[in-house]
Ligand binder design. Structure first.
Ligand code: GUN
Length: 290
């Protein structure tokens, strides 16, 4: 990947910088953990099939593990694998005490039931926060392992000292990975939250009201300047791969003049997601050793 230009515009959220700060904290935490317990925190990833972006994300996750001193195992299955084989591996990883975190990269092939897989990961090793127990805890405000991408958004808001309480938040996209958990986490922080999606009529009438706009649809350039409120904070979580490049859901150049803050693609929420995963793996290791 080509290196990104340095972020100098104060309106642009530098996700790489925030991620570096999180990783520096995790690295210190990992060193302390190793001193105390004589073992490294360890993450196991499971990748199914040959989806090129997923392969890249998993590789980036392993590189991050290396940077912070977390051990990692890379498990791969062909796309035609039977669901039982994945379940058997998860059961084995659940039982191995030296593995603290388990991550199944999404999306999975159509013949695999994602919910069944997520339910199988032991809640205490569910560093992605997708197990229904962790999702349910989030829903009732007892946040433990949270989905990493929306947690990265919360972390960025904290970084800029923006309190979501009382703010109008509009989330575009209602996936289990980003949209729904982002909405719940902001609701837990007393924002007024609206969730829009592919069936929403007149999307613009909603997005124009948002103090904080979170977009996670995978539709390149969906959000234009006339859909954004003056002074809004915009998180672009979309990723579309075209011509060996990634594009977000927000038309960045069009929207930039109107915003107070915006997260770019690439270099926005992506790196923060991975840094949060590192934080969760350390957290899982600490919880399992206490
Ligand atoms: N696919 C897209 N985002 C994510 C994520 O945060 N975790 C996993 N496991 N898969 C993903």
């Amino acid at each position: 990947m080509e290196p990104l230009p340095e972020v100098t515009d104060p309106r642009v959220i530098d996700g790489r910088k925030i991620a570096q700060d999180i990783e520096a904290e995790v690295k210190k935490g990992v060193e302390g953990f190793v001193k105390e317990h004589g073992i490294k925190p360890a993450l196991a990833t499971i990748l199914v099939g040959e989806h090129p972006p997923s392969k890249l994300y998993v590789k980036l996750k392993h590189w991050a593990c290396k940077r912070v001193g977390i051990a990692s195992e890379d498990h791969k299955f062909p796309a035609q694998v039977r669901q039982e084989e994945i379940i058997d591996l998860i059961d084995t990883l659940n039982k191995r005490p030296e593995i603290h975190g388990i991550l199944v990269q999404l999306p999975l092939p159509k013949h695999i039931d994602e919910r069944t897989i997520m339910m199988r990961i032991a809640p205490e090793k569910d560093v992605d926060g997708f197990n229904p127990l962790n999702m349910g805890k989030m829903l009732i405000g007892r946040e433990g392992f949270l989905p990493c991408t929306p947690k990265g958004i919360i972390r960025a808001l904290e970084e800029f000292k923006i309190d979501p309480q009382g703010k109008e938040v509009v989330v575009v996209g209602h996936s289990n990975v980003v949209g729904k958990p982002a909405a719940i986490m902001l609701l837990n922080r007393n924002a007024t939250v609206k969730v829009c999606h592919v069936y929403t009529k007149d999307l613009k009438s909603h997005t124009r009201e948002a103090d904080i706009l979170i977009v996670a649809t995978g539709v390149r350039g969906l959000i234009k300047a006339d859909m954004v409120k003056e002074g809004a904070i915009v998180f672009d979580v979309g990723i579309t791969w075209q011509d060996e490049r990634v594009y977000g859901d927000v038309d960045f150049d069009d929207v930039l003049p109107k915003v107070k803050l915006i997260s770019p693609v690439p270099g926005g929420v992506g790196p923060m997601t991975i840094a949060i995963l590192m934080e969760h793996t350390l957290m899982a290791a600490k919880m399992q050793m206490s």
